[in-house]
Design a protein around this ligand. Sequence first.
Ligand SMILES: [Zn+2]
Length: 689
Amino acid sequence: MSKISCVLILASLLVISAVAQTNPASQPTVWASKPDAAAFEKFVNERLAGGQKSIDQVIAVKGPRTIENTLVPYDEAIRQVNTGNYLANMMFQVHPDVAFRDRASVMTQKANAFLTAVSLNRDVYQALMALDLSKVDAATRYYVQRQLLEFRLAGVDKDDATRARLKQLNDDLTGEVTLYERNIADDQRSIEVSTAAELEGLPLDYIDRHKPGADGKIRITTDYPDIFPVLKFGKNADLRRRLYEQFDNRAYPKNRDLLMKMMQTRYEIATLLGYSSWADYNAADKMAVNGQNIANFIHDLDAAARSGAQREFAMLLTEKRKTEPDAKEIWDYENSYIGEQLRRSEYNFDSQSVRPYLPYASVKKGIMDTAAQLFHVTFKQEMNVPAWTPTVETWDVIDNGVTDKGRIVGRFYLDMHPRPGKFSHAEMVQVLDGVRGKQMPEAALICNFPEPTASDAGLMEYGDVTVFFHEFGHLMHHILGGQQQWAGISGITMESDFGEAPSQMLEEFIRSPQVLATFAHHYKTGEPIPAELVARMNRASAFGRAGSTAAQVSYTALSYDIYKGKPTDVDLDVVSLADTKRYTLFTPSPAIHMYASFGHLSGYSSAYYTYMWDSVIAKDFFQQFDHSNLLAGDAPMRYRRVVLEPGGSMSANDLVKNFLGRPQNMKAFQSWMGEEFDGGAGGSASATN
Ligand SMILES: [Zn+2]
């Protein structure tokens, strides 16, 4: 149906080990054939059929198993199904037509069902088991061993009765997770206030949006755009308290019993597969490896954050005593408001003052120029390329490295502005896995940044600029890590608890006054952003890091504690109150049940540690760069070679050790938390050494 499928069918006939260097520029762009919904569906079905054909080929082998007759078709199945799945997933998020998106959603489910069936296919598992790995290269060996681990974690090697029970439990779990999340989404709560005077301190546009109803009462809901401004700006403490209590009681008591059931289901899955807890089972294919390492991490992070959190708490208490001289404690619902007051009085920073320096077009150019220098690549736009919507841009990534100078190593699509029905946050999505000599990696950024027009420069929030570079980091990781021999280890396929570290590191680059000055120019005067303004912004944003780390420690501990042993030993209210009291300094409101609405307890389960784990690695990585000129020296190229280019061809624990010369530790993270007290916070040498 399309040029794409023709090329893929041809490509699948090539013998992979030949590394025939096709001209990557000849690879058609993803939307070259402009498919309608029927053609799109046919394309995805053909990829799934191609995947099935390759799986059949793996199983049909008679005689000795070899890489050629077993791993080559296995990996081809992965590549084919991923191609279909990636496109279906992306179309579900971006296609302007709702009927098209609905069909894309069905195709995503179909592709995922295919992958689940493969993971439980005993014939495929035994075929991979029979491979002789003694003479293969390290990446191939790692690939096969990791696949075998995933098969075992799915229970493929268990007897029929156990497998049937596991299937039942996994189906139950899917239902429980969906229901838990729906209970949260459905339980919008609200409070009423009698007069607009109670909304004192809130922005005028907020008050304008909250007019009294027919009964004269103003209704404030627990939805994010309603509650967060109240907690941050609302002068009325009683208003904050009442709303906070409603917020942290969403989905209670429904989700208490449901979460207990989910923990029980997960415990049974883990024990059937030979693990003593869900936390151990869930960590088995991650950097953490087992639950004990998560417990150790929680302990170390708590120790690293404690003194800074105490200093910040003392400053907050001083701020509170300006209006309540006898105050001895700070309630959970007061934290955000007092922090905001303190940032204003102490740091004199207004986030609106930065926006005029951040018009979208300059930011885009600045992000891409910075990335080009950092990763030693050039970006070249392809013009007049068809896409699902006309504003999408198509770019080639050209290598400036020594060995591959001038070669096109990847392609990406930028879909950057909001429109109805589109995915509403910011993300990178894979489009094609890179397979060396066979298929060039492709990815897309799906974002919702302001769109510049003739009369509007599209000024961005500073936080949006950070998000842009963060997502661009995922994209470069997928492309630079996408020069592998196998699709299954290409790009961002390493352990899932490493995935955020490279992008979190890039966030630090956007705090550098030098980096910002190269592109953050006033949209009217062209004046570069003053270093003094950046320094003030960085100081203001640095305040509160230790306290918010302590809060993250308490969430991480809750996520671990409820999954670390037998669910029958857990009382959710006791555990969540104990973790809050143990790790944070704020006084918890009575009668709240936040575990009922903390959605990550279902999705991440015991792996909520991932976020802070990667943050610690990111700060450690960042220390390796020259802080007087972040883009200079050998660190950027070394980082690209050692951390990004291996993709998923080795354990992320080794990537970290290879770059740092040791495993990650808390030192860099600890000084990052303390920046506000060292003065001159920013991406400068003084702040972090
Ligand atoms: Zn991310």
